[in-house]
Design a protein around this ligand. Structure first.
Ligand SMILES: Nc1nc2c(ncn2[C@@H]2O[C@H](COP(=O)(O)OP(=O)(O)OP(=O)(O)O)[C@@H](O)[C@H]2O)c(=O)[nH]1
Length: 807
């Protein structure tokens, strides 16, 4: 049978067309600087590596145009390699509906240059058509075929090894040399993984080598060909120079082998087509028994990362570095995860920014926790959706980084919210407490505990709401600090309330002692202070018990109670002293002394006012009353009860926190100092002397009365003058005129006014006259009075004279 190769034409029509549009590339070479891109969008193919070994930067976009970008893992990659012009492109086009160039039948020339990729028709398969090996154009240069083989192996799940039936059993003809390279590279790939301690062979690294034996005429059964090929492969495997640690590895540890044969395309065209269709079913129908795209072969690269992944592999292949698939995957994953994370983070920042200002301005943002949880979940979901398909280690690490970045943004919001919550709860607590303290019937402890509970509950609820799951944030410390502040506010308020209560009690105390104390002090007896102190103590006891009842609801400490009671006692005592001071002020005490004196001097034992007669013992009565009254001054000057049990004392030092000014209790017992006593005594004496003088004067006044016989003398002496008026016509006429005037006045009703005027004038005249008469008659009596009083009190002459003059 003639070799089909020999009948193949050197150039295909497509290649000619392509050469026409890419003139400089007719010889397979691209001009410098073009990066060798040849994108034929109409046939949806792309040359991913040109024949100058440059990788296209457009693969990612092309994958997008194929609609595979969001396919995730739902795609497959298959590659082909084999000798030049062995019908590889033809096979791929038949199997996957791709549009790779096929060599013109009439010429025999290399068609596929570099590596091309095309999407399978109506299937998520990326198919790579790789430049044929043993290329006449490349001559001895095996660099590209090695690299392309390496690349195909690293990036595809299934590597179709295309060979003629007659090549089976040949070493170079069947590309066994190339396969040996592939196997060695394969070991190189997994060698590092094994050295790193990952001894198990990754299932992701398994690859299916599908041997497609072309132009199978059936003389040699497929099983025999398969055995030959397997034996050849195992022999190659044994001859590989393996790393020590992989010495025991078998071919089957890394590769699955599958074999199929296709009849002659031209001689048995129908059978060829039907067999191709059968083979296609194994690629397409997942339910078919021999389905080839097993999950174990998948490289686990998400579709949107394929371009970057392949570029990385090619770069490593190009630079002859060890092809480290995990590292490549990691690099890819790092790149993509960073990108995905950045996108998620930027959207997240936009969302978080909206609440930053309100929180910073001190506002408690309602439902901030829910918002933050949503933003966080959204960002992570976005990240997980796109990044979880990449290398799990990198994905996980980047996820942790992303979470750290998210939490770093959310944490200030959380802390700000806590701070604002703290402030607002404290304000509410104060308000609730003050509202509750209105009126008179509240229980302070109940009000405070209710407000405190509300405050703590509000804070806890708000703080819990603001929490974000899976964070180590805590709000308990803030709650503790809030509790401390609430306690401080409550304490301060309790102190204020206690002060208010003490003030109220003090006011009531003053009201209650005012009248009894006044009464007692008005009754100037020896037991006067007993009465005052008894009243004081009874009222104070009542005040103290009022305090104790109230203090219970304030939850005051013993210390506070002691302090408050001390303050209350002191203030009560000072209130008493103020009352005593009021009652012993100069005019008041002098009034009391005067009253006391008057009672004894101006009234007799029956309380009847005395009318002094010259015969009365004014001096004796005066002295007695004065002495008795002066005895009162020492009585008033000091608070000293007769009954020592009623004595009261207070510690002098400042024992309370309410009044801290100096307080000297013994000094508060003294009402009048000695100087004051002297002063009062003197003042009283002057008053008493005046009374004495008045008494004396009253006797003088009675002596100075005009005797009735004087009026008789006046009639007798005036008789002649009356007769003269009656019998003198002129005087009589005057009399008549006067009488007529009087009559007219009476008739006109002017008697009243005239009488009033007359009486006023008369009174004035009478007063003047009386003064004259008194002056005339009292001088000798005064002299006698002064003489009489000189025996009693030598120092009072001037006073008496002065008083007399005033009066
Ligand atoms: N005898 C025979 N000829 C075939 C078969 N399949 C394809 N051909 C022919 O072989 C020639 C080469 O076909 P291609 O599909 O271009 O081969 P290729 O391996 O892709 O060639 P390169 O572009 O060099 O990689 C074409 O003229 C095909 O018609 C086959 O199964 N048997």
């Amino acid at each position: 049978m003639a070799s089909p190769v020999g009948s193949m034409p050197p150039t295909s029509p497509n290649a000619v067309a392509f050469a026409a549009t890419q003139a400089p590339m007719a010889n397979g070479h691209l001009p410098n600087g073009t990066h060798g891109r040849r994108i034929d969008s109409s046939t949806e193919r792309i040359q991913i590596v040109n024949d100058e070994k440059q990788f296209t930067p457009d693969l990612g976009a092309q994958i997008g145009r194929w609609g595979l970008r969001d396919a995730g893992f739902g795609y497959n990659i298959v590659a082909v390699f084999g000798s030049q012009s062995t019908g590889k492109s033809t096979l791929l086009n038949r199997l996957f509906g791709t549009t790779f160039d096929v060599m013109d039948e009439t010429r025999r020339q290399q068609t596929t240059k570099g590596i091309w990729m095309c999407r399978g028709k109506e299937m998520n398969v990326m198919v790579m058509d790789v430049e044929g090996t043993d290329g006449r154009e490349r001559g001895e240069d095996q660099d590209f075929e090695r690299k392309s083989a390496l690349f195909s192996l690293a990036s595809s799940e299934i590597l179709i090894v295309n060979l003629w039936e007659h090549q089976v059993g040949l070493y170079q003809g069947a590309n066994m040399g190339l396969l040996k390279t592939v196997f060695e590279v394969n070991l190189g790939l997994f060698g590092r993984q094994a050295q790193n301690g990952i001894s198990t062979i990754s299932t992701h690294s398994r690859t299916l080598l599908l041997f497609v034996i072309r132009d199978h005429i059936g003389q040699t059964p497929l099983a025999n060909l398969q055995a030959t090929l397997t034996a050849d492969l195992n022999r190659i495997w044994e001859s590989l120079s393996k790393p020590t640690e992989l010495r025991d590895r078998q071919l089957s540890d890394y590769f699955d082998l599958a074999f199929t044969a296709l009849p002659h395309k031209i001689l048995s065209a129908d059978k060829f087509e039907s067999e191709v269709l059968n083979l296609r079913t194994r690629f397409v129908d997942k339910t078919s028994e021999g389905y080839l795209f097993k999950p174990a072969y998948h490289k686990r690269i998400p579709a949107d990362g394929v371009a970057f992944y392949m570029e990385g592999i090619w770069e490593q292949v190009q630079t002859n570095k060890d092809l480290d698939l995990p590292t490549q995957q990691e690099l890819l994953a790092q790149f993509r995860c960073d990108e995905i994370s950045a996108v998620a983070l930027s959207e997240f920042h936009e969302q978080a920014k909206s609440q930053k200002r309100p929180v910073e301005s001190g506002r408690v943002v309602e439902g901030l926790g829910a918002l933050m949880r949503n933003w966080r979940t959204d960002a992570l979901t976005r990240y997980d959706r796109d990044a979880s398909r990449y290398h799990q280690g990198v994905y996980g690490r980047k996820r942790t980084d992303l979470i750290t970045a998210l939490d770093a943004t959310l944490s200030p919001l959380f802390l700000g919210q806590l701070k604002n919550l703290h402030k607002s709860c404290l304000v509410t607590f104060k308000k609730t407490m003050l509202d509750g303290l209105r009126g008179e019937t509240y229980s302070f402890a109940d009000v405070v505990s209710k407000a405190r509970d509300e405050c703590e509950q509000t804070f806890s609820e708000g703080a819990k709401e603001a929490l974000v799951d899976d964070t180590e944030w805590s709000w308990e410390d803030e709650l503790e600090s809030l509790k401390e502040e609430v306690q401080a506010v409550a304490d301060q308020c309790r102190k204020d309330e206690t002060k208010k209560m003490i003030n109220l009690i003090e006011r009531n105390f003053k009201k209650h002692i005012s009248e009894p104390v006044e009464l007692h002090l008005n009754k100037a007896t020896v037991e006067m202070w007993d009465g005052v102190l008894r009243t004081f103590k009874v009222t104070l006891d009542k005040a103290e018990s009022t305090y104790s009842i109230k203090a219970k609801s304030f939850n005051c400490t013993d210390e506070e109670n002691t302090s408050s009671l001390a303050a209350l006692r002191k203030r009560a005592w000072l209130a008493l002293r103020a009352k005593i001071d009021e009652q012993t002020a100069d005019p008041v005490i002098l009034g009391k002394l005067r009253g006391h004196f008057e009672e004894r001097f101006r009234y007799d034992e029956q309380g009847v006012p005395r009318v002094w007669k010259p015969t009365d013992d004014i001096d004796g009565a005066f002295k007695k009353a004065k002495d008795e009254t002066l005895e009162l001054v020492p009585l008033y000057s000091k608070i000293s009860p007769v009954d020592s049990a009623l004595e009261y004392s207070l510690p002098s030092e400042a024992t309370d926190s309410i009044n801290t000014e100096d307080f000297d209790f013994p000094s508060t017992l003294v009402v009048f100092s000695e100087t004051k006593t002297m002063e009062l005594t003197n003042k009283f004496r002057r008053d008493a002397d005046a009374y004495y003088v008045e008494a004396k004067r009253s006797t003088v006044s009675s002596v100075a009365q005009i005797p009735y016989w004087m009026y008789g003398v006046l009639v007798v002496l005036g008789w002649n003058e009356a007769m003269t008026v009656l019998f003198n016509p002129m005087y009589f006429a005057f009399l008549l005129i006067a009488m007529a005037s009087a009559y007219a006045i009476i008739q006109l009703g002017l008697v009243g006014p005239l009488f009033q005027v007359s009486r006023t004038v008369g009174n004035e005249l009478q007063r003047q006259a009386a003064n004259r008469l008194r002056e005339h008659f009292s001088e000798p009596v005064l002299a006698e009075a002064i003489r009489a009083s000189s025996g009693n009190d030598d120092g009072d002459h001037d006073n008496v004279r002065q008083e007399m003059r005033t009066r």
